[in-house]
Design a protein around this ligand. Structure first.
Ligand code: PLP
Ligand code: ZN
Length: 419
């Protein structure tokens, strides 16, 4: 199976372009990477992955940010707004409180538009320029649209975003709007938006930059590479576990691919690969259901609800890539309640780190798994926080302290403070 951790480096097919090609994860069919536009396999409709004739080692990486990892990407440079190189924060109080050997927070909210989606877009929009398309599109719970709008405008390409009406956090719509995307609000959930935009893309109306697009996941691999380099520098070893929120499971798939490639390159022992641990909200947990049931496929949830709107997704399109990632690395998946998410958002804020609700799910999930004994107290763990607090100001204000009214004079303020 091509998604096994122990898979051999594949033979280079004739349709490779400069050592890069696309391969179907289901039937193994290969395709030239930039001759035609395709998002899935022509033969069986399976998901595609980018393959390389040569895989880099850690020594090959140089520079800063996503493009430090150019040797692991299809191009040497992209449409960039200096994405990546995000902080790997120490959180000593939370580490103590949760009770693990080491806890670090990889805060992807520190990217240019405030989420990890920038890492995918710097590569995805570069591919779009290679293909010569004149319109980009995505369905989005918000952050993908903000990133696409920014990278599209940077690359000089028109952008179209489809959003579930009334279910996108204010900061995200504001970004898509100011960066000049055409915003279509659909009377339906994210999964409905994705169904429509996939059909639009299929008819040639636009180039699709959802995480179904295999090139976006190449950029997102760099999250995994940065975490590994950070842990190697600070602890001389890679993390035992990486805990991350799961929506469409693009990141789960991308991190797994990064690790598989390091194993193939001989840079990482199979037994050292961090356990990929996915967290979903209880109201949108089809991946957790599949992992718990040992199922080969994820069943679509038609009704989904959670205040973590970024992961309010019932049909994770990358599940066929992510399920093997969780299983082969010995990881797991867990669901947390909205209350646990808000509690975790406050906990992280108490360390000075501001994250949006979906991001806090990773900390909530770790706490739960630690409590259940599934995560050991001897583990070194990285939690991924995917988006910035300011993305969802309403959720932050609701989770935080309320402003207090005071009179317009010093005595009144002093009196109020002494109450
Ligand atoms: C997109 C997004 C997710 C979900 O990531 P997937 O790769 O689709 O699983 C989680 N959190 C935030 C803040 C996001 O923007
Ligand atoms: Zn196929």
């Amino acid at each position: 199976m091509s998604l096994s951790l122990s898979a051999d480096q594949p033979a280079v097919p004739d349709d490779a372009d400069d050592g890069v090609w696309l391969e179907c994860i289901e039937c193994g069919e290969t395709f030239a990477p930039f001759d035609d536009i395709r998002y899935t396999c022509d033969e069986c409709d399976g998901l595609l992955e980018v393959r390389y004739a040569e895989l880099p080692t850690f020594d090959d990486f140089e520079g800063h940010g996503v493009w430090r990892y150019a040797d692991a990407l299809p191009f040497d440079s992209g449409v960039t707004i200096q994405e990546g190189a995000t902080p790997l924060y120490e959180v000593p109080s939370l580490e103590d409180d949760i009770g693990v050997e080491a806890l670090r927070i990889k805060h992807e909210g520190m990217n240019p538009t405030g989420s990890f989606k920038d890492r995918g877009m710097t590569v995805g929009v570069r591919v779009a320029t290679e293909l010569g398309v004149d319109r980009l599109a995505c369905a989005s719970t918000g952050n993908t649209s903000a990133a696409l709008a920014a990278y599209g405008s940077r690359g000089g390409i028109e952008t179209l975003v489809l959003l579930p009406a009334g279910k996108v956090a204010a900061g995200k719509i504001a970004q898509a709007s100011l960066h000049g995307a055409r915003i279509l609000e659909v009377d339906g959930n994210f999964d409905a938006c994705l169904d429509i935009v996939q059909e639009l893309a299929g008819q040639g109306e636009a180039y699709l930059l959802n995480s179904l697009n295999p090139f976006r996941l190449e950029g997102q691999k760099t999250i995994g590479l940065e975490i590994l380099e950070g842990f190697l520098a600070d602890y001389d070893t890679v993390p035992d576990r990486i805990v991350l929120p799961v929506g469409n499971a693009g990141n789960t798939s991308a991190l797994y691919k990064a690790f598989r490639e390091l194993v193939q390159a001989g840079e990482l022992a199979e037994g050292d690969v961090p356990k990929l641990t996915g967290v979903q909200a209880e109201g949108a947990a089809p991946m957790v259901e599949a992992i718990e049931n040992g199922a080969d496929e994820v069943m679509r949830w038609e009704e989904v609800e959670t205040r973590a709107t970024a992961i309010r997704i019932g049909n994770p399109v990358n599940a066929p890539k992510a399920l093997p990632g969780i299983r082969e690395t010995g990881g797991t998946a867990v669901a947390v309640s909205d209350e646990e998410i808000t509690e975790a958002q406050r906990d992280v804020a108490g360390e000075g780190i501001g994250v949006e609700p979906a991001s806090a799910a990773s900390i909530a999930g770790l706490r739960k798994l630690r409590r259940e004994g599934i995560v050991g107290d001897d583990e070194r763990v990285a939690c991924l926080t995917t988006g910035h607090l300011l993305k969802d100001p309403d959720a932050a204000a609701a989770a935080g302290a309320d402003p207090e009214s005071v009179p317009n004079d010093l005595d009144g303020v002093l009196e109020h403070l002494s109450e």
